[in-house]
Design a protein around this ligand. Structure first.
Ligand code: FEO
Ligand code: CA
Ligand code: CA
Length: 626
């Protein structure tokens, strides 16, 4: 998620001073010593305690293996909407038999809720735009995916994409979704979209379905998201490769291999009934996926726009901030072991007086990729943004990049050519509301130190990293368009009960707040960092004591971390947004009971588990977390 909007960029001077002080002292602190994380806190014990109370005002909860969603004392969490709930006016209510058809699913909330944003209409009405990342065939169909028909493929495609729906606050203060609301819309794997920016119309984007290279049919595997100050929603296409396959022999190109395309598996079986997913027949169809898509949630008839200027890779989220120069800057992770972290800087500048012009800010700009430098053993250092522009940094025709469109369509290969750092799976990026620092979750990487080109060191300091870490960087003087930055690690997840050294985690990780695989993150407007996990929930071995996937809250100034929520069995916690008054937090519970694990969340009894958005409130009506 991103909490970026105009008001949140109004800098509170006191807070900025504290944050800057914190940054300076943090960077001055120890080197490879794990004590860095807490010992380097700038605040005296008493001040730290007072600050901590203000920032983390709830009682931490223990790890859980229960089949329920648990929040701290004094809070209540209730389901807002679950997979299959009707969104469009003519859609049927959910039927857990799994026999509802594609047309029914196309009017219902999609499966596996992920990134989401809240768009206020007035004090008591809002729109929510929510990603539906993928679907679990074991629950979608009575046959569990073993007897796929053409309508089943259509149904799976309709369970993907984006759901937009109205919510309203009732007299009791609870937000409820509005079935059949005027703005309600489903965007699926076959919604017509426009390709925009430097790659639009390029030969590599031309397909049988669209000889112009300027259109695309649908969006899928929409992981996380972004929100713009001009009122649009950004949805990010992640593991698009898994939807393509073939029953025929296909010689894959090096480009296709770099993006993970393969015919060895056919998990979703779309190509059997929808030939545009057959790699043998339509080898360029995958080039129309792996983009960030911009959607206007206030116009149900609008055409979503794929923004090629932001590069093609397995996008996690799109953390947009307005630089003080007026440029829109978007930070972007590519979630794959050994892939990279990117930054886009818009060519144009934001103009509050000309709202319509802002709507094309993401069409043109400059893409960069990060290189992190560090002395051996250091957990902080400098870094630089390498420009991915045709003709620079080796991106020439001789090296396989004849034009800017090719640089963007094969952004991963361009990043390698430019000399980018291989990362431990960059997931969500979040910009602090003071606009001075940025965090990115590096969720885990079992290949680190084992595969060529993935050396141990810098922001990726552990071989066979099963726990993950959060890297933080500081644009110089808050300039998000600058070439260089300073970085440190905000936390290294680990298990201090069963591991030693770096695998025990940084000093702010203890037995009572440990977790693995940080994934979703977002700052609230007070600067609390919310951390969601998508990790190993076995609660055994290296993960003993961590329980189910969960959500934590951190104070960026002190490094303190407290567990705020725990999810049901075999879920991932992902997706985070707030009502405008910060009195309600919306959190996604994705794939409870995946792979047949025994969950009946949220309805209990013998019900089928359903991906669900939870609405969390403080019983006294106060701001969440404080
Ligand atoms: Fe969809 Fe990288 O998580
Ligand atoms: Ca994720
Ligand atoms: Ca993930």
């Amino acid at each position: 998620m991103t909490t970026d909007n105009n008001t949140q960029h109004t800098i509170d001077n006191d807070f900025e001073q504290v944050a800057q002080q914190s940054r300076r002292n943090f960077l001055k602190g120890g080197t490879a010593a794990l004590g860095l994380f807490m010992a380097a806190s700038p605040l005296s014990g008493a001040v730290a305690a007072a600050n901590s109370k203000k920032m983390l005002g709830f009682k931490a909860i223990p790890a859980s293996t229960a089949d329920s969603f648990i929040v701290p004392e004094g809070y209540t969490a209730t389901p807002l909407i679950s997979w299959g709930d009707p969104i469009l006016a003519d859609a049927p209510v959910f039927d857990q038999s799994g026999t509802q058809n594609a047309a029914a699913q196309a009017g219902q909330f999609g499966d596996n809720t992920d990134g989401m944003s809240f768009f206020p209409l007035d004090e008591n009405r809002a729109l929510m735009a929510v990603n539906n990342e993928y679907t679990n065939y074991e629950y979608l169909f009575p046959h569990g995916g073993k007897a796929m028909t053409a309508d089943d493929v259509k149904k799976a495609q309709a369970a993907h994409g984006v759901s937009i729906f109205e919510v309203q606050r009732d007299v009791d203060g609870n937000w409820r979704y509005v079935p059949g609301g005027y703005y309600n819309r489903r965007i699926t794997a076959y919604t017509r979209m426009e390709l925009t920016g430097p790659a639009a119309g390029h030969d590599l984007l031309k397909t049988a379905a669209d000889p112009s290279g300027r259109l695309a049919l649908g969006t899928f595997n929409n992981c996380a998201n972004g929100q713009t100050p001009w009122g649009t929603y950004l949805t990010c296409e992640e593991n698009f490769n898994g939807y393509f396959s073939s029953d025929n022999d296909v010689e894959l190109t090096k480009h296709q291999k770099r993006y993970g395309l393969s015919t060895a598996k056919d998990k979703y079986q779309w190509q059997k009934h929808d030939e545009r997913f057959d790699l043998a027949k339509h080898p360029q169809e995958p080039n129309r996926f792996g983009w960030v898509v911009e959607i206007d949630p206030t116009d149900p008839a609008s055409t979503p726009k794929k923004r090629t200027a932001l590069g093609r890779f397995k996008h996690e989220n799109a953390a947009l901030t307005l630089d003080k120069s007026g440029h829109a800057v978007v930070y972007l992770g590519d979630d794959e072991r050994g892939e990279h972290l990117y930054r886009f800087v818009s060519r144009g500048k934001y103009n509050p007086a000309r709202p319509a012009a802002n709507r094309e800010l993401l069409a043109e700009g400059t893409l960069y990729v990060a290189r992190f430098n560090a002395a051996e053993g250091e957990l902080k250092g400098q870094g630089e943004w390498l420009e991915l522009t045709h003709g620079k940094n080796g991106l020439t025709a001789e090296n396989g990049f004849p034009d800017q469109a090719t640089v963007l369509i094969y952004a991963r290969e361009a990043a390698t050519q430019a000399g980018a750092t291989t990362m431990d799976r960059p997931e969500w990026v979040a910009v602090h509301p003071d606009n001075r620092s940025v965090c990115c979750t590096l969720t885990n990487n079992k290949h680190r130190g084992k595969k060529d080109g993935q050396p141990v060191g810098g922001p990726n300091p552990r071989a066979e990293n099963h726990y993950g870490q959060i890297v933080r960087w500081y644009p110089p003087k808050g300039d998000h368009t600058a070439v260089s930055f300073e970085w440190d690690l905000f936390l290294i997840a680990g298990n201090p009960a069963v591991k030693q050294g770096l695998y025990a985690g940084s000093q702010n990780i203890r037995k009572d707040n440990m977790f693995n695989s940080p994934d979703g993150i977002g700052f609230d407007e007070d600067g609390r960092l919310w951390i969601q996990t998508d990790g190993n929930y076995s609660n055994k071995g290296d993960f003993e004591g961590m329980g189910n996937n969960q959500m934590l809250c951190a104070d960026p100034a002190t490094g303190e971390i407290r567990r705020f929520a725990t999810g049901p069995i075999a879920c991932e916690i992902t997706g985070l947004t707030f009502s405008s008054d910060q009195r309600t937090m919306f959190v996604g519970v994705q794939h409870p009971g995946e792979k047949g694990k025994p969950s009946h969340f949220p309805a209990g009894g013998n019900s089928k588990p359903r991906s669900t958005i939870m609405a969390i409130r403080r019983n006294d009506g106060g701001p969440i977390g404080g």
